[in-house]
Design a protein around this ligand. Structure first.
Ligand code: PLP
Ligand code: COI
Length: 340
């Protein structure tokens, strides 16, 4: 195993040994290739560079208590990448190719999979880009699918500690009938200025509202929003948020605890009624929220009054990690144990 400060890894790029690549040309995918370079060579008129024809995914490989390496719900990432590809007219990566690529890249970078007990994991970043030249606004005829890896710690440097969020009024992330529901680069470009504003004001991230009425909670930085009210887990339903695999899993975990789960529009007036709120995603895992400050009027909604994450968030966070790190039985069939 390489020598890294595993317990203090940031969520960032750390060069590993290899990445894998596959090219789509003349209507079909080629052979999976292995590369040790972290550069790619593409045409200057590639559609990914001009017209944002690019989609990505994020998932993790976890080194378990038993020393085995696990992947979590990777089929959902494969499906979502296919949905992103359809959304912006790119060639779809077949599920078998996606699977083969992630297995290979994890196997090749085993020495970068963080040790059990450090809280860190090996992040996998599948990427699909239009590489063919076009000057008119048209989809490319050629694509590159690649997967690189990086050992990472939690996305929010606080880890599982309550963070402060800004309710963003001055920017929208995604249009009501736009691309918010797929994982394409344009959504992230659209979020950069608002995230900088939030960070500059001292917030961990920003919460976006629906772009039409500005009344309903949409996305929570690079994560989904959830709230707990009594015995109910509530998470927004909207065409402009990414269907988070973590959120999907938390819904099952709260149901296991006997809670109800509701996916429906969440009005901002409801913020005052939640017992706990949080952000969830592969990178963020669960980030409990301590406060939400409305940018338009400075109204501040406060949670975690004792400074600690709430009891329900804590339970589902622990349960999710226990499944991912193989400490508890995988009763939902979410985990693939790797064999190498
Ligand atoms: N929302 C956005 C905008 C994201 O970038 C992500 C990260 O992938 C999520 C939500 C969480 O999704 P998941 O739980 O599938 O990682
Ligand atoms: C993830 O949670 O995997 C993400 O992709 C978030 C990210 C944009 C850093």
């Amino acid at each position: 195993m390489v020598n890294l400060d595993w317990k203090n890894l940031p969520f960032g790029y750390e060069k590993t040994n290899y990445n894998v690549r596959c090219y789509y040309k003349n209507g079909s995918w080629g052979k999976l290739e292995i590369s040790s370079s972290d550069h790619i060579n593409i045409h200057m008129a590639a559609t990914s560079l001009h017209y944002g024809q690019e989609a990505f995914e994020g998932l993790k490989a976890y080194r378990g208590k038993d020393g085995k390496v696990r992947l979590f719900r990777w089929e959902e990432n494969a499906k979502r990448m296919q949905s992103s590809a359809r959304g912006i007219l790119m060639a779809e990566v077949p599920t078998e190719l996606f699977h083969k690529a992630i297995l290979k890249v994890v196997e090749l970078n085993q020495e970068f999979i963080p040790p059990y007990g450090t809280g860190a994991a090996l992040y996998l970043r599948p990427l699909l880009i239009g590489t063919g030249p076009q000057v008119g606004v048209k989809p490319s005829n050629e694509y590159l699918f690649m997967v690189f890896t990086s050992p990472v710690g939690p996305y929010f440097k606080e880890g599982f500690k309550p963070v402060d969020m800004l309710l963003c009024r001055s920017f929208d992330r995604a249009a009501p009938l736009g691309t918010g529901h797929i994982k394409v680069g344009g959504n992230y470009a659209a979020s950069l200025a608002s995230l900088k504003k939030g960070h500059d004001l001292g917030y961990a991230s920003v919460i976006y509202l629906d772009a039409k009425e500005k009344q309903y909670i949409d996305e929570c930085g690079p994560a989904n929003f959830f709230g707990i009210k009594g015995d109910t887990y509530v998470t927004p339903k909207s065409h402009s948020i990414l269907p988070s695999i973590t959120n999907m899993s938390l819904i099952e975990l709260v149901k296991d605890l006997g809670f109800k789960a509701e996916r429906r529009p969440v009005h901002i007036d409801e913020l005052k009624a939640f017992d706990e709120v949080g952000a969830c995603g592969t990178a963020a895992i669960i980030s409990p929220i301590r406060s939400i400050t409305d940018e338009s009027n400075d109204i501040r909604y406060e949670y975690c009054k004792d400074g600690k994450p709430g009891p329900v968030s804590t339970k589902i966070y622990e349960r999710l990690l226990a499944i991912q790190f193989g400490e508890e039985p995988d009763v939902h069939g979410w985990v693939e144990v790797l064999d190498f």
